[in-house]
Design a protein around this ligand. Structure first.
Ligand SMILES: [Zn+2]
Length: 200
C-alpha cells in the first residue's frame, strides 16, 4: 500500500494505544519506515539525471521490499525507536505491531499493473532468502481496494483529529499540526452551525 495509507493506519493504532505524543509518533513512524528501503529510487533518478543515462531504477528494484520488509528490519527499527520512547516496552511491542501491519498490507495490496506482477514479502531478508510469501489474489497498488481503505482511514483520522486536537501531521511537525487541526476544527464548527440553521 502507499506510504500515506501506512501513515494513517499506524497513526490511528498509535492514537488508540499510547498515552503521550512522543510514543504516538514513534509507533506511527514504525509503520512507515519499512518503505525507507525504497528511497533508492531517489538515488536512481538523481543518478540518471546527472549521468544523462536512462533511469533503470536499479537501487529501487534491488533493495525495495528486501532491506526493511522482514523480521530483521522489524527488530532493528523497533529496538531503535524504543530508545526514544517513554513507555518503552509498550513502544517496542506497538512498533512491532505497526511494522508487521505494514508488511501484511503490502502482502495483500502491492501488486503491479500486470496480474502476474505480484510483490512478495521475503520475511527473513536481508539475512536469509526464505521464507518468501506471496498472495496470489494480491490487489493492485492503485486498485479500488486500496483507495477505499485510504479514504476510510483518511476520514477516520480527520474525525479523530477534530475530537482530540492533534492529527497525523504531528509526525512531520507539531507546529503544522496545530495549524492543520485549527483549520479542521473551524470547518467543523462552521459545518455544524450551518446544519443547525438549515430548515428540516
Ligand atoms: Zn512497504
Amino acid at each position: 500500500m502507499s506510504p500515506l495509507t501506512h501513515l494513517l493506519g499506524s497513526w490511528l493504532i498509535a492514537s488508540a494505544t499510547t498515552n503521550n505524543p512522543r510514543d504516538r509518533k514513534l509507533v506511527t513512524v514504525a509503520g512507515i519506515l519499512p518503505d525507507a528501503d525504497g528511497l533508492g529510487a531517489v538515488a536512481d533518478v538523481v543518478g540518471s539525471f546527472v549521468s544523462g543515462k536512462e533511469c533503470t531504477f536499479y537501487y529501487y528494484q534491488t533493495y525495495h521490499h528486501l532491506l526493511l520488509h522482514g523480521w530483521p528490519g522489524a527488530l532493528a527499527i523497533s529496538v531503535l525507536l524504543t530508545f526514544f520512547g517513554k513507555k518503552r516496552w509498550r513502544v517496542f511491542f506497538l512498533c512491532l505491531l505497526t511494522f508487521h501491519l505494514h508488511l501484511l498490507c503490502d502482502l495483500i495490496g502491492s501488486r503491479g499493473p500486470d496480474v502476474g506482477d505480484l510483490w512478495p514479502i521475503c520475511y527473513s531478508e536481508p539475512l536469509f532468502r526464505h521464507p518468501i510469501w506471496f498472495w496470489k489474489h494480491q490487489w493492485k497498488l492503485d486498485g479500488w481496494q486500496n483507495q477505499t481503505i485510504f479514504t476510510a482511514l483518511f476520514f477516520a483520522s480527520l474525525g479523530l483529529a477534530v475530537k482530540r486536537g492533534y492529527s497525523f501531521v504531528e509526525v512531520i511537525s507539531s507546529r503544522w499540526d496545530a495549524i492543520f487541526v485549527g483549520v479542521l476544527r473551524k470547518w467543523w464548527s462552521q459545518l455544524a452551525a450551518r446544519r443547525k440553521l438549515s430548515p428540516r
